[in-house]
Design a protein around this ligand. Structure first.
Ligand code: ATR
Length: 286
């Protein structure tokens, strides 16, 4: 860790994140820190790629031998048709956030849900087997997390959403992996009262609407885990009030760190330097 900067030479391997917008992304900071920390000769940059240029970007990846790409909004679905292969996670979730380029063969992965679950286990609840879990929200983020949670042998996962039809559709897609059901908003109070873990995957509470709550805090059981995917702010109103109620809280920063850690490991075969990665993001959030 004596190296202070990434030295670029003729052997430097290229990595990138693409999105539209992209200038807010913390991934370059975090990933370049990981390359420095491990002594890997890699450089990771952010490219602003519009939807109209996605195919040209992928041609560039192939032509230039860019080894790895992270994909963010709005490209996680559209990118799939440009790839040669999807792994089981990307296939089941129907979205890709990580591409590995093996000598021109591009494979799509989805590390968001896996990253979330690793963070939840390391930071809040090591044992998910037998747990009763409530998922608030039924969008893209909920989908990745439901996939990863369903592999952890929970007792049941209940999906609740403002638009109940979306919760029903999502639960239906994952019923073959685990005990997954949708719940109406009338029944949510009871289901939350019985839950061990209540996860907010909605955008409710995200900056700048920091005063909004995704669920009535009085419905949570003291001692349960309250988890929020949001990491700006680091502690949402949901987590703040759940803590006052006696819940254990789990914020969204770890999901971001670990989705990147999995991508780093797929690209390099080297264990990700997770604490240095976390430190680099925390420094930039100050
Ligand atoms: P993401 O990919 O981040 O999950 P998304 O697919 O747009 O984004 O999903 C956003 C989620 O937040 C949805 O579950 C959405 O509920 P609807 O399906 O009813 O739209 C939820 N959401 C967003 N704003 C909300 C609000 N003000 N109240 C309740 N739920 C909200």
């Amino acid at each position: 860790a004596l190296q202070t900067g990434n030295i670029v030479d003729s052997h430097t391997v290229m990595f990138a994140v693409i999105g539209d917008p992209i200038r807010h992304s913390k991934s370059p900071l975090m990933m370049n820190r990981a390359f420095r920390e491990t002594g890997i000769n890699g450089i990771y940059t952010a490219f602003h790629v519009t939807s109209a240029r996605l195919g040209e970007f992928i041609a560039g990846v192939r032509a230039m031998g860019i080894r790895g790409v992270n994909v963010t909004i709005p490209h996680k679905l559209d990118i799939m048709r440009h790839l040669d292969h999807l792994d089981a996670s990307a296939e089941a979730i129907g979205a890709v956030n990580t591409i590995v380029n093996d000598n021109g063969r591009l494979t799509g992965y989805n590390t968001d849900g896996l990253g979330y679950v690793r963070s939840l286990k390391e930071e809040a609840e090591p044992e998910l087997s037998g747990k009763r879990i409530v998922l608030l929200g039924a969008g893209g983020a909920a989908r990745g997390i439901l996939y990863a949670l369903s592999k952890e042998n929970p007792q049941r996962i209940t999906v609740a959403n403002r638009t109940v039809e979306r919760a029903q559709a999502l639960a239906g897609d994952f019923r073959r992996y685990a005990e997954v059901a949708a719940v109406s908003n009338e029944m949510l109070e009871q289901v939350c009262g019985e839950a061990d873990i209540v996860i907010n995957t909605t955008s409710v509470g995200m900056y700048p609407k920091v005063d909004e709550l995704p669920v009535n805090i009085e419905w949570l059981r003291p001692g349960a885990v309250a988890s929020d995917l949001i990491y700006n702010p680091l502690t949402t109103r949901y987590l703040h009030e759940a803590k006052l109620r006696g819940c254990k809280i789990h914020g969204g920063l770890g999901m971001f760190i670990y989705q990147g850690a999995y991508a780093f490991e797929y690209w390099t075969g080297t264990p990700a330097p997770v604490s240095a990665m976390r430190e680099s993001v925390l420094e930039s959030l100050q």
